[in-house]
Design a protein around this ligand. Structure first.
Ligand code: FES
Length: 150
């Protein structure tokens, strides 16, 4: 329950939506996933602390980077709940996500390069196609179909 002195510091879900640019349904979804928290007022309506705005901003940026919500939730767990994420918090999270983004870019670049070899081929062979062959044994010999040597 919200104390009387905090009642004016709280935001309704509509106010959070208007200030953050995030739909009410998305805010409810974030809450259902534990990414943000609200309290109930005397009328049993959700009220959010103002700090939630920075949390929502952080969630949106992370989503734009392609970070899965579950991972964002794990990252947010390390942040104190009684204050907005600080610049220092953001530095830690953004450095971690930067490394993940670099790794994803590297993987996607590799996949793109392998796809180049598939364009115009069409074999989709489990043995020869580097995009189908998880071990990529024959794919290491270059693009296009390869036939096992006797
Ligand atoms: S389609 Fe991928 S190597 Fe043929």
């Amino acid at each position: 329950m919200i104390s009387k002195e905090n009642v004016h510091k709280q935001l309704t879900v509509g106010e959070v939506a208007a200030r953050s640019g995030v739909a009410v349904t998305a805010l409810h979804f974030y809450e259902s996933k534990g990414l943000i928290k609200s309290q109930r007022n005397a009328g049993n309506q959700r009220r959010y602390p103002r700090e939630v705005l920075r949390r929502v901003a952080l969630i949106k940026v992370a989503q734009r980077l392609g970070i899965p919500l579950a991972e964002i939730g794990e990252a947010l767990k390390i942040l104190p709940e009684d204050r907005a994420p600080s610049a220092a918090d953001w530095k830690i999270l953004s450095q971690q996500w930067r490394q993940e983004l670099d790794a994803r870019i590297e993987q996607l670049t590799l996949l793109r390069d392998r796809l180049n070899g598939c364009i115009g081929c069409g074999c989709l062979s489990m043995e020869a196609c580097p995009l189908r062959n998880q071990g990529d044994v024959l794919g290491e010999q270059g693009p296009g179909p390869h036939f096992p040597k006797d």
